[in-house]
Design a protein around this ligand. Structure first.
Ligand code: COA
Length: 257
């Protein structure tokens, strides 16, 4: 049923694994379609009480949006791409049941944004977080400028977005991005342990927690503004250069136009 996800339901937990390990689980159109569909299942299947999102393999959770889809896009298509990403990530954020990110390697760009859209994040000690879009002449477009600032604060977010640098799981925990750091083997068991604890609570109250906490610091303006600025970056020569340089495995040469 899903072409880019592995999905199982065990003990009322829906285990969702982004499954493109040869491409570091990068988010292409199919992954977004599959995530959209699986969230429908999480919302409506009464056999599911919570969900875990993780990445296939040991190297990556998700290493970002699929950069190979970028070069063909114009400004309008970039707006559509960012809107699509935001709609799917909003669906995760507003799910009526807990959705936890189990970050097991690189969570970069759209991967970090995907983790941030989940209700909370556990990470294995080999996880790395970052928003490296600036290396491509870009900014986050799937809500990252807003959600990262909500959890990590303004100045930390400024630094991470401007430098594009990666931080370790421990640093991400110090920033408030990650709740708990485990060994790689313990990651999924620990998330399941917490979800099973939540399963013992009143489901209606859990849903209301999600709804209320999501009201915190959430104005739609910032998200809409992000989409426009993301698309403006797409109209620059530097963005074409940045994406081409990544795909050609060379350093970009930015010209400021
Ligand atoms: N989009 C498309 N393809 C990606 C990708 C992405 N975001 N991230 C990784 N890949 C692909 C690589 O192109 C490579 O494909 P190939 O084998 O066909 O050449 C494959 O995944 C393995 O990646 P590689 O770069 O060789 O692995 P690495 O261990 O040297 O580096 C990363 C891992 C995650 C540091 C590096 O892949 C990276 O920087 N990815 C992009 C991160 C990013 O900028 N994300 C934001 C996008 S907006």
């Amino acid at each position: 049923m899903y072409t880019t996800l592995l999905v199982t339901i065990e003990e009322e937990i829906c285990n969702i694994t982004v499954n493109r390990p040869d491409k570091m689980n990068a988010l292409n159109r199919e992954v977004f379609n599959d995530l959209d569909a699986v969230m429908d299942e999480v919302y409506h299947n009464s056999a599911i009480r919570s969900a875990i999102i993780t990445g296939a393999g040991s190297k990556a959770f998700v290493a970002g949006a699929d950069i190979s889809e970028f070069l063909e896009l114009n400004g309008e298509q970039a707006i559509a791409l960012a809107k699509r990403g935001q709609v799917v990530f909003d669906k995760i954020e507003n799910a009526p049941k807990p959705v936890v990110a189990a970050v097991n390697g690189f969570a970069l760009g759209g991967g970090c944004e995907l983790a941030l859209a989940c209700h909370f994040i556990y990470a294995s000690e080999n996880a790395k977080f970052g928003q490296p879009e600036v290396n491509l002449g870009l900014i986050p477009g799937y809500g990252g400028t807003q959600r990262l600032a909500q959890v990590a604060g303004r100045s930390r977010t400024m630094e991470l977005l401007m430098t594009g640098k990666m931080i370790s799981a421990k640093e991400a925990m110090q920033c408030g991005i990650v709740n708990e750091v485990t060994t790689p083997e313990e990651l999924i068991p620990k998330v399941k342990e917490t979800l099973k604890l939540i399963h013992t609570k009143a489901p209606f109250a859990v849903t209301k927690v999600i709804e209320c906490v999501n009201m915190f610091d959430h104005t739609q303006d910032g998200y809409d503004f992000e989409i426009k600025q993301f698309a403006e970056c797409f109209q620059t020569e530097d963005m074409r250069e940045g994406a081409a340089a990544f795909l050609e495995k060379r350093k970009p040469s930015f010209k400021g136009r």
